[in-house]
Design a protein around this ligand. Structure first.
Ligand code: HEM
Length: 492
């Protein structure tokens, strides 16, 4: 009994510690603890993050702290305050968060800062002049995939739209970034890889929330299989590999202590980065155009005009190639893609506080923040703000076009916004693949609109956004959509 007493006191003390919630200090934003120890408001937030944040904004104003799964997250809701967070350098860090979460999710050892710097430098190979060869290669691969599966006859075919988009974009993006595997690649091999990828992707939100992988059924075995696909000796036999991946292979080769499975896991992580958001983004862009025939006609006309200006008469009998310069001229297509990103993106921009300090938000306001807390921006609230975007739930394909050029002035409270569209994050953590992503979606849609007649099947309402990955990127549709397509007859 006497030995039990200290144990009981110990357990009681631990319980008290867990139950004791944090108290708000002077100068700190309003604090919402939730009544469940550790979990805090995580369940409420996970159910519908946008609604949750809007409710608290009404109650507590533009800045408040919420206890979510053991972390204290301070949300900055007024987009006029975003620049003060995005430009803040030393005391707010992005990579502390990804540096911890990504290794657990994708299964590699945490990376030392000098290698991390080299990896970050390699992201340049997705941008600037390097975009030219990537765009050319993506165009050829898209045509290859369309030719092998869809361009063979002129009869109507029925398909599920999400499945159609992801099958084409997964294969074409894979071939562009990683190249062609040594063994003759069959479409069925790519579909098997995509199936495993989807199984992993379904568990992605739980892995990011740091649920141990051994609690997630087959996920560990599937991840092992996916990593195995990218082991160095396999990857070395791929042909037409992009400079981006070749450089990463070279970087990892120089790391003598790095194991092959860690190298494979890094390559697999890049596969997730390159298609995880692109597939749903492509779906929404296609869905909104097909469900708005007048927008589809304008965009199709624009593509034909750009080709014609360069002396190309389009015919369904031949392969069409759009260069990067031609893609840059497609402003209505770009606006349609931006509009669908606005309606489907729900990422959180996260910064970890490096020391207790007073964070200045604007000329008149500062808040006290504590080391280890998270400062979060949630741009979906801005994307759906009726003061910035009139009738925010409606798809307006030309919302981002003004006087024949890209529209960049959007206002709130009569003041022009510096940031108004943020599907790719912001500042130091902004997506390095954003130019490639928008280009490849433009290429996919151009081919689709040029070659096919497209129709939704009857009686299908607009799919809702599936909230399960709110905070992590582009949301998937909660249901797939049936549509019909057939090869166009050549116009006289
Ligand atoms: C529509 C498609 C895409 C969307 C919406 C998207 C969005 C994002 C977002 C929101 C982030 C995190 C930014 C942050 O936390 O602040 C990110 C990071 C990243 N993305 Fe993308 N992305 C897309 C496509 C791509 C593609 C095609 C690639 C590569 C080919 C890519 C490579 C990356 C990488 C490597 C990172 C991590 C950067 C870092 O850790 O510094 N993304 N992306």
């Amino acid at each position: 009994m006497s030995a039990l007493l200290p144990l009981l006191f110990g357990l009681f003390g631990l319980l008290l510690l867990l139950l004791r919630s944090r108290k708000r200090r002077d100068g700190e934003p309003p604090l919402i603890n939730g009544w469940i120890p550790f979990i805090g408001k995580a369940l409420h937030f996970g159910k519908d993050a946008h609604k949750f944040l809007e409710e608290y904004k009404k109650k507590y104003g533009d800045v408040f702290t919420v206890h979510i799964a053991g972390k204290y997250m301070t949300f900055i809701m007024d987009p006029h305050l975003y620049p003060s967070i995005i430009r803040q350098g030393r005391q707010l860090d992005f990579h502390e968060f990804t540096g911890k979460v990504a290794p657990l999710t994708f299964g590699y050892k945490p990376v030392q800062s000098d290698l991390w710097e080299k990896i970050r430098r390699s992201f340049q190979l997705l941008q600037g002049d390097n975009l030219q060869p990537l765009t050319g290669s993506m165009m050829s691969n898209l045509i290859l995939v369309f030719r092998q599966d869809h361009l063979d006859h002129g009869l109507w075919r029925s398909s599920s739209m999400y499945d159609f988009c992801s099958s084409v974009m997964f294969e074409a993006t894979f071939l562009t970034i990683y190249g062609r595997p040594a063994a003759a690649l069959r479409h069925s091999d790519m579909e098997a890889l995509r199936e495993d990828f989807n199984k992993f992707d379904n568990m992605f939100p739980l892995l990011i929330a740091q649920v141990p992988i051994w609690l997630l059924g087959q996920t560990s075995a599937i991840r092992k299989k996916l990593i195995h696909y990218f082991l160095p000796e396999r990857l070395s036999r791929f042909s037409n590999t992009s400079e981006f991946i070749k450089t990463r292979v070279g970087l990892f080769e120089q790391e003598s202590s790095m194991k092959d499975v860690d190298k494979g896991a890094h390559h697999f992580a890049m596969l997730w980065a390159s298609v995880g958001n692109t597939l749903p983004a492509t779906f929404w862009a296609m869905y909104f155009l097909v469900s708005h025939p007048e927008a589809l006609q304008t965009v199709r006309r624009e593509i034909l005009d750009v080709l014609r200006d360069d002396g190309v008469e389009f015919s369904t009998d031949s392969d069409v190639k759009l260069s990067k310069e031609q893609l840059d001229k497609l402003i209505y297509l770009e606006s349609s893609i931006n509009e669908s990103l606005r309606l489907s993106s729900a990422s959180t921009n996260i910064r970890v506080v490096q020391e207790d300090f007073s964070l200045r938000l604007d000329a008149s306001r500062a808040i006290s923040v504590r080391k280890g807390d998270i400062i979060a921006l949630y741009p979906q609230s801005m994307h759906l703000d009726p003061e910035i975007y009139e009738d925010p739930q409606t798809f307006q394909f030309d919302r981002f076009v003004q006087d024949g050029a890209e529209k960049t002035d959007f206002y709130k409270d009569g003041q022009k916004l510096r940031y108004y569209l943020m599907p790719f994050g912001s500042g130091s953590s902004m997506c390095p693949g954003r130019y490639f992503a928008v280009n490849e979606i433009k290429q996919f849609l151009s081919l689709l609109l040029l070659y096919f007649e497209l129709e939704l099947e009857e009686g299908q309402p607009r799919p809702a956004l599936d909230p399960s990955r709110a905070g992590l990127g582009i949301l998937l549709p909660s249901t797939d959509i049936r549509f019909r397509y057939r090869l166009r007859a050549n116009e006289a």
